[in-house]
Each structure stands twice: as C-alpha cells, then as structure tokens.
Design a protein around this ligand. Structure first.
Ligand SMILES: NC(=O)c1ccc[n+]([C@@H]2O[C@H](COP(=O)([O-])OP(=O)(O)OC[C@H]3O[C@@H](n4cnc5c(N)ncnc54)[C@H](O)[C@@H]3O)[C@@H](O)[C@H]2O)c1
Length: 434
C-alpha cells in the first residue's frame, strides 16, 4: 500500500503560500478546468462509452454539461460569494464592527464513485477550487477509462501540489484516508460512508457524505398518468438505473395501477425502442458483481415487463416487477439498476408509515395534481431532495443544495452550497484600540 504522506504534506505547504486564496487565482483555475474539459470532450465521451456504454448524448448531458454549468455558475458568482459579510455587533459593545470571512479549509480529499464517474469527481472539485482549496481526487477503480482521462487532464493542467489525481483500488482510498486532510468530500455507498467518517474522526476532519438509499416514487390516482409514465421511465432507466437519485421503487394507488403500468411500458419503448436488447446505446451494468447482485432481484414478485439479461455484455433490460411487498428482498437494499418494483396502496397513511419507518431517502418523488396530497407527503416525509411531478431534475439546479439526510448523507453541494461546503466561517469582531 502506498504512502501518500508526501502528497498531503506538499499540498499543505502549497496551501500555506496563500496562492490559492485570491479570487483571480480561483477564476483562472476554473477557466483552466473549463478549457481542459472542452479540449478533452471527445476523450471523456469515449471513456464513458467504454466504462458504462453511455451514448455521446447521455454522456454529454448527464456528465459534461452539468459540470460546465457548475463552473459557469461559480465564475458568475464567485465575487459575491467571497465578499466578507458585515453583520450586526452586540449592542453592549458600541465601538466595534463584526465581519464573517469565508475561509478555505486547506487541503481537501475527494473520493468519487463509478456511476457518473466524470461528473461526480469533477463537480466537487469545482467547489474545492472556488473555495480556494488544494485537492486530491480519488476516482473510482470500476471506471478505469474515465479515471485515466481525468488523471491526464488534471496532470496536464495543474501542478500536483495544487490538484492531484490518485487512481487505485479500495486500498488507495484506505491509504489516503490515513493521511491528514482538512476536508473530506465522499460520494458513494452508505456503508463506505461510515468507514470514511470513522477515518475522518482520527484527525477530526469535517466531512460531506453524499450517499445512497431507496428513493420512493409515488403516483397518486389524480396524477397525469401519461406525463408521470414518461418522467419516471426517463429518471429510472437513465444510466441503466445506476443513478443515486433514481426512483428506487414505485408506490401506486390501486385504482390506477393497470392503466399506469401500461403507459409506463409505452414510455419505456418510446425511449429505447421496441426491442431494447438491440439498442446499442442502452448503458451496461458496471461489472459482473453488480450484474449478479441485480439478476438475483428478478425473482421478486411477478414479472410485468422486461426481465431479459445477457451476462456476456452486462445487459439487464428495463424491468418492472409487479405484486411486490415491503418484505421482499428487493425492498431491503438500494437497487441501483434498471429494475422497478411496484407496490400498490389504498391510503396515503399506509405508505407514509412504511417510508418513515425506514432510513431517510436521498430522493423523493410525488406525482399528483392535488396540492393537499403533495403538501401532506412533503410535510410527513424527511428526505434529501426531490421533485413534484418530475424526477431527477432537482439535481440540475445550482439554486438547490444537493445532499442527503441520515443514512443518505450529510452536507450538500451544487452552486453556492459547494462554495459553503469548501469554506468555513472566520468570524471577527473588530474593536477600536481604546
Ligand atoms: N448522493 C450522491 O450524490 C451519490 C451519487 C452517486 C452514487 N451514490 C451512491 O454510491 C453508491 C454506488 O457507488 P460505489 O459503488 O462506487 O460506492 P462505494 O462506496 O463502493 O465506492 C465509492 C468510492 O469509495 C471507495 N471505497 C470503496 N470501499 C472503500 C473502503 N472500504 N474504504 C475507503 N474507500 C472505499 C471506492 O474506491 C470509490 O472510489 C450507491 O449507494 C449510490 O447511491 C451517491
């Protein structure tokens, strides 16, 4: 196992020079990153095709564009974010002023997952740069082509003592986590999130944990069923369901189930064609381990749609499993693949009770025309982020902090939230000398 003590030390020394702090340095770095992404666009898309069989359209929209938007928004707002904030001073000290300075942490460690291997590695890096930090980035070992492109792109454009990419297996993360960093930003599974937090506690390093979980998607009988079907199909099967905020399972009111499932079937064909096994652009399951884990879920309930698999190319067809109960094995862990279990309900209270008895979800989706239904669900269920009458779209907004709660994570990022995550408050009360 390699020792990364020197890398962490060199970054801390570089940070101490103060170079990363001025606004112009951060702006130049963000521009450099933006140019590097544009220059390497072809290589990034080819790597995403190789690692996950993402089409150019899907790869660009869900990985590159989101990062470019994040950079653009940071460049537009950095000046305002960096401005020291004057605040009230207590009335009993009459000769003083009070100021809050957003201060970089120093050296940040970013550990990324494989499902959006470009976006989920580079978006946090944008926040780290905007906040004036140095960063070490550890991309996923399961998407080696993308990790390789990221590594080369960063090496070609930034000095290693400022931004470094370290590729490697789990052992690499373990070795990095032994070193002292000033901030740790982790995206991945809940179980590994706990390992990261434990390691961080050794140095009292603050963490952001962007984790997973089972995100419910509710279709109430008063919903616009055709629209709901289209939006759920897109959100669930993008990247073959390997999306942290994908609707994990569907809760549908009994009287509209048959009608809705038939529309969902139509919507899936609309997206991927009549025979999805022949669609060259449907993303693959990342590796054999995930393929086997997902295939085992296909025994649950009653197969309503799909269900075909091909181990030789890690293909699992978009699948709908009907007649699922809360006790089935597919309801006990995050699915993270193109399989949608369906549970029927009669009454909202019934599902509110089940959802709130489980870990708080990362995402939550409600399809209903009724404000009363929407408000009831929003007020009763705690979750990281979500949408009414849509799926996934909340994560595209720089105005909405993105993150989980409880087992689905802690802390948030995107837009101003990224800047806030990678800075802390330096609070100063300035009093006259006498
Ligand atoms: N909240 C979000 O934004 C978000 C986004 C994408 C994925 N996720 C979640 O991530 C999970 C899938 O991603 P994954 O399989 O890459 O997650 P993972 O937790 O297995 O791995 C994530 C990263 O952690 C490293 N890692 C793995 N085991 C480790 C250990 N024992 N010690 C230290 N580091 C270790 C890996 O090398 C990888 O770089 C799902 O649960 C998904 O919901 C969350």
């Amino acid at each position: 196992m390699e020792n990364y003590e020197n890398l962490a030390k060199r970054q801390r020394t570089f940070f101490k020079t103060g170079q990363t702090k001025p606004m112009q340095y951060r702006i130049d770095s963000l521009n450099t990153l933006q140019n590097a992404i544009n220059t390497n666009e072809k290589e990034i898309l080819a790597a995403l095709r190789k690692d996950l069989n993402k089409s150019e359209t899907e790869g660009y929209a869900s990985e590159i564009k989101l990062v470019l938007e994040e950079i653009k928004y940071s460049l537009e707002n950095l000046k305002a974010w960096m401005e020291p904030k004057n605040v009230e001073t207590p009335v009993f000290i009459t000769d003083a002023s009070s100021v809050i300075y957003p201060e970089p942490y120093g050296d940040a460690l970013i550990i990324a997952p494989w499902n959006y291997p470009f976006q989920l590695a580079i978006s946090p890096l944008v926040g780290a740069i905007a906040g004036g930090n140095c960063a070490v980035l550890k991309p996923s070992e399961f998407t080696p082509a993308t990790s390789g492109v990221i590594s080369k792109m960063i090496r070609d454009n930034f000095p290693e003592e400022y931004i470094a990419v370290v590729e490697g297996e789990v052992e690499t993360s373990t070795a990095l986590l032994k070193e002292k960093f000033d901030y740790i930003f982790f995206t991945g599974s809940t179980n590994v999130g706990k390992v990261v937090m434990e390691a961080a506690s050794k140095h009292l390093t603050p963490v952001t944990l962007e984790l997973g979980g089972k995100s419910p998607c509710i279709v109430h009988s008063d919903a616009d069923l055709a629209t709901a079907a289209k939006r759920i199909a897109r959100g669930k099967f993008l990247n073959a369901g390997q999306t942290c905020v994908a609707p994990d399972y569907l809760l549908i009111q009994r009287d509209v189930k048959d009608q809705f499932l038939s529309k969902l079937k139509e919507a899936i064909h609309g997206l991927y064609g009549e025979d999805i096994s022949k669609n060259p652009d449907f993303p693959k399951i990342v590796n054999e381990k995930q393929f086997n884990r997902l295939s085992a879920f296909l025994d649950n309930g009653n197969l309503y749609f799909g269900g075909r698999t091909d181990a030789s190319r890690q293909f699992i067809e978009p699948t709908i499993l009907d007649q699922i109960t809360w006790d089935d094995s597919i309801m006990q862990e995050e699915i993270f693949g193109p399989i949608l279990p369906v549970i029927v309900y009669d009454d909202l209270n019934e599902i509110i009770e089940e959802i709130t008895n489980r870990p708080k979800p990362l995402a939550f989706y409600v399809f209903s025309e009724s404000k009363e239904v929407q408000d009831e669900l929003l007020s009763q269920v705690s979750f990281g982020g979500g949408c009414i009458n849509e799926t996934l779209a909340h994560l595209t907004s720089p105005y909405l902090p993105f993150g989980g709660v409880g087992e689905s994570g802690m802390g948030s990022y995107h837009g101003k939230a990224s800047f806030d995550t990678f800075t802390h408050h330096k609070s100063v009360l300035k009093r006259k000398a006498e």
